[in-house]
Design a protein around this ligand. Sequence first.
Ligand SMILES: Cc1ncc(COP(=O)(O)O)c(C=O)c1O
Length: 400
Amino acid sequence: MSLLSSALKRINPSPTIAISNKARELKAGGRDIIALSAGEPDFDTPDNIKEAAIAAIRRGETKYTAVDGMPELKAAICRKFKRENGLDYKPSQVTVGTGGKQVLFNALVATVDAGDEVLIPAPFWVSYPDIVQFCGGTPVSVPTTIEDNFKLRPDVLEAHITPKTKWLIFNSPSNPSGAAYSWDELKALTDVLLRHPHVWILTDDMYEHLVYDDFKFVTPAQVEPKLYDRTLTMNGVSKAYCMTGWRIGYAAGPEPLIKAIGTLQSQSTSNPSSIAQWAALEALDGPQDFIAENNKVFKERRDLVVSMLNQSKGLNCPKPEGAFYVFPSCAGTIGKKAPSGKVIATDEDFAAELLDSEGVAVVHGSAFGLGPAFRISYATATSDLEEACRRIQRFCGSLV
Ligand SMILES: Cc1ncc(COP(=O)(O)O)c(C=O)c1O
């Protein structure tokens, strides 16, 4: 009898975490490595948020809280949805989990049965298909193209909906492409969804605040209020508030779904850390001006990276609206020979040879369901980014 369950056998370790670990090992072994593979801001958590956590410890807020989030934090989340998204949610429609990842995991485990199809526009965040597979569901990759800046087209969405479609997972700004949808672009998609009332919408708004050039973020239930009753709006403090290690994510949606997520959480992790919840409350209610300051730096880095990658032979890099990723195509390098003598047949080869010959760690696009391409995270010191891009230019120039 096999030790491992069939559910576990359907999933793989996260490739982005695996590549970051490999880069860390090589660095520890003495190699000069620049890792552009991690999905977290290089900025520290703002002091007011840290102080709120310290004060919570001193006050003795160190006990269990309500399983799906303490009332004070839920109230702050309701205020956030009203203030920033124009969405009305009651605290009973809000759930708080240990990171956005747990909220997403619980939502899918609570709703996806064997045979259910979940539409996932590609390129996608690596965890979506694996969680769906864990549930026994069928992830359906819905392709986008570089010509459309990796944004889902309404006709392509429509063509992938079947009677078995349970969810569309929507992620704007996107990890890994950085693409973010304007009101009109999103409205064209919600118009399709209106015609298919059996399809639920799970919108992952984790990168909401990380948008540049005056881009205006919008979310499905805001653009099409008729979808409010079948939308789960997920968000968190990890990225915008530089709180990846604190592990707080949240979602709002119809009460029965929120209750089901809470039931699952009550039999697994119980409440997210009480201290991190107090910190998240300060993040949402406290000063927001540091976000614009961080974004100024992110925007400069995005512009630098896009420009330097587009000067690299065989690469083509669109300029995305948000997040801290770019997703250049490396189609022009496929079939070429690397300095090691190896022919680059796939984007995975491209990433492996780049790491080997220049010590730059990136994640291959096929890990995100669309290649040949790769993802660069520019949440890294500007000087390192510049050096990494110089190395990428040199590597691309060395291919014959
Ligand atoms: C698109 C997307 N959604 C969700 C998450 C999960 O965030 P958290 O760290 O809050 O679990 C990430 C983190 O990388 C992400 O990129």
